[in-house]
Design a protein around this ligand. Structure first.
Ligand code: PAF
Length: 316
């Protein structure tokens, strides 16, 4: 079976390493020619939770040179939300009408990309709370155990056997369970609610996730979550406020030493995912006339920080 992984960030590298340990033909599609060359030379090293390093060789190709590739059976899209538009044409080109396509983004926005592929019956959203960190172009560190849910999107009662078998086959190589989920939209909002609190707050304060529990942030975390739940409920997604707050505290505990992906982006002078996290909540809130002052405030602060850090990184 031929599998493509589009985007070699932390989640892309983690999955490329895992899948290439099975008998799949894995191709990693990279944004840059430099990363492609490094992967060809060095393969991928994956540092597991117990410190063991797994080394695998995988095929790689820069996204801009994919015109000659034959279609794939399964495509993992692991680029960030704001990069999705740049890979839509590639997805069309590298897939057959029944290729199974899995979207692995944080936040919201993949629904619109999936909409663009409307003639395809086999699109899925994967939501994961696993932690991973890209140490270099070829080295990924698995930093936190979590859960992964995969669901058909838009919702379909029936799963295609190909993906069902695939999920069964990969289960033994991952410590964290992979579940098939009938209510993936709810999972997307649950994860969004977690990211919409942890990511901007850790970014503004420049602290690891666990620190959010040890400073006086109860009130802000509470207010942000109430706003998220109000927006979700308004669009028909049932999110319970106390369960969501509990989940956020749990994730802070489980990933206490981690730097959130947003903080890592800002520190690296990169664009953050604020638009597809708090920005997406603000967008839905506007459409449905729900006030979300706390999300608006954090959105503005993170945007300011993003610009400031990009400027500083460029002048160093
Ligand atoms: O974006 C992240 O960093 C992660 O999704 C999470 C769950 C906040 C843990 O760091």
């Amino acid at each position: 079976m031929r599998i493509a992984i589009v985007g070699a960030g932390s989640i892309g590298l983690l999955w490329a390493s895992r899948l290439s340990r099975l008998s799949y033909e894995v191709t990693v599609l990279t944004h840059t020619i430099e990363q492609h060359k490094r992967i060809v030379q060095a393969g991928i090293s994956c540092e597991e939770l117990d410190g063991q390093v797994n080394h695998t060789n995988v095929t790689s190709c820069p996204i801009e040179e994919t015109s000659e590739l034959s279609p794939f059976d399964i495509i993992f899209i692991t680029v960030k939300q704001y990069q999705l538009q740049n890979v839509m044409e590639l997805i069309q080109r590298c897939s057959l009408p029944f290729t199974q396509i899995l979207f692995w983004q944080n936040g919201l926005g993949q629904e619109k990309a999936i909409d663009e592929l409307q003639h395809r019956p086999d699109t899925y959203v994967a939501i994961t709370t696993e932690g991973a960190y890209r140490k270099s172009d070829t080295h990924v560190v698995h930093t936190g155990q979590g859960e992964t849910w995969i669901g058909t999107f838009p919702h379909q009662e029936q799963w295609k056997p190909l993906l069902q078998d695939f999920v069964k086959t990969i289960q033994p190589i991952v410590i964290s369970p992979i579940r098939t989920e009938n209510m993936i939209l709810k999972r997307m909002w649950e994860k969004l609610a977690v990211n919409a609190v942890i990511n901007p707050l850790t970014t503004i304060l420049e602290v690891p996730n666990g620190e959010l529990l040890s400073v006086e942030l109860e009130n802000i975390m509470e207010k942000l979550t109430v706003e998220t739940c109000q927006v979700a409920n308004r669009i028909g997604v049932e999110l319970d406020h106390s369960r969501t707050i509990k989940k956020i505290r749990e994730v802070c505990n489980l990933t206490s030493q981690n730097l959130s992906s947003m903080l890592q982006d800002v520190q690296g002078g990169k664009q953050t995912e604020i638009d597809s996290i708090n920005g997406a909540i603000i967008q839905y809130a506007k459409e449905h006339k729900v006030p979300v002052y706390w999300h608006e405030m954090l959105y503005t602060l993170v945007k300011a920080k993003e610009v400031h850090n990009k400027r500083n990184t460029n002048t160093l």
